[in-house]
Design a protein around this ligand. Sequence first.
Ligand SMILES: Cc1ncc(COP(=O)(O)O)c(C=O)c1O
Length: 429
Amino acid sequence: MKEIVPIPPAIVRNDAAAIQQLFKDNVVPSYARFDLALSHGSGSYVFDVAGKRYLDLGGGIAVCALGHANREITEALISQSQKLVHVSNLYYNEPQGRLAQALVKLIAPGKVFFCNSGAEANEGLYKLARKFGHDEGRFEILTTINSFHGRTLAGIAATGQEKVKKGFEPMVQGFRHLPFGDLEAMRSSISPATAAILVEGLQGEGGGVTPASPEYLLGLRRLCDEKRLLLMMDEVQCGHFRTGRFQSYQRILENVPGGEGFLPDAVSMAKSLGGGIPIGAFWVRAPYADVLGPGTHGTTFGGTPLACAVALKVLEVIERDRLADNARETGEYLKAELLRIAEKYPKIIKAVRGLGLMLGFELAADIPAFSANGKSASIQFTNRLHEAGVLAIPAAAQVIRLLPPLNLARREAEEGIRIIQSVVARLAS
Ligand SMILES: Cc1ncc(COP(=O)(O)O)c(C=O)c1O
């Protein structure tokens, strides 16, 4: 048999400048990237091409639920890829059916549609709402200011932030944005054309980690029942056990009178669902589960056996290793420590917000050590974290998000806190 000889790498592996040049020459410059070229990872750590180690408290923006190079994900990938990677949705395949069953079991009776990303999961929600309202001439979806729902044309129209829309006008019609948390504003904005309301359980990207209140969620449910609107939740970032329960609304409404009976009509998911393998999904509640009938919606790669087998493995590990409890407990530790740092250095950290392993800390205005180089405070702080060996995610101009793997160990959380505190202390001195 002919021996397969590995092709030599095209560039020297540890040459960050050569990698950056490849991007400069060949990759659409739509991302403002940090000056890091990453090469490999292991658990909660990633390494750059020069071998420097970083504690990854960003988790690939809430994606790497089991950390990096997870052995069980690798094994699931290998074993499924030896059987069936892709067949199209012209046929049935067992992993997709089993994953749908698992998600239905975790939420409530209903059905699931699979796709490839958060934006695409939300596209499904917009189409669900339009189809639902169509025969009565209803098409409008109300969303919130500072929301983030993805970068497709309808996604930027749904998103309540001007900066994502700029240059792409005219916007897709049928979206209006109301202040997050303001139930009365939502109520008074409902028109005869309104079909649905879409909110995040915790605003991540735009809101800099701002949880919805229990009263807001319960009020939205009542409002949607009263006006016959779909209540749709974007759990792309805040879902999948990140807050300590499967979906963030379950955590927010925990021990709240009336909270256990709360159920949205549809939920979008992605990010942690595949632990790093691209997969998105939306669940729709039983009475509306057949609104999108044959021929109304589809996507070639949605729910491939490969992605679904991995997502099933991620769910299995989360359950077996009680990672929801870990997210809750390690999150509480991190939040308490961040609050302690904020109390000690109020001129650097102004506020700490979030639930479980979706945390944000807001930087104080006008930190003197930051230079007037046009870069936001959150970017400058993140650069300093990188220098000190931690990855974290900036949100808006002033907030740093922590979205680490759900299996982040206590000693890793302690290491993260030590490094964050050292960066804060240096800024304060
Ligand atoms: C709440 C929320 N919705 C939707 C999206 C879009 O997901 P994707 O980037 O996978 O399209 C994101 C991504 O950050 C998100 O945070």
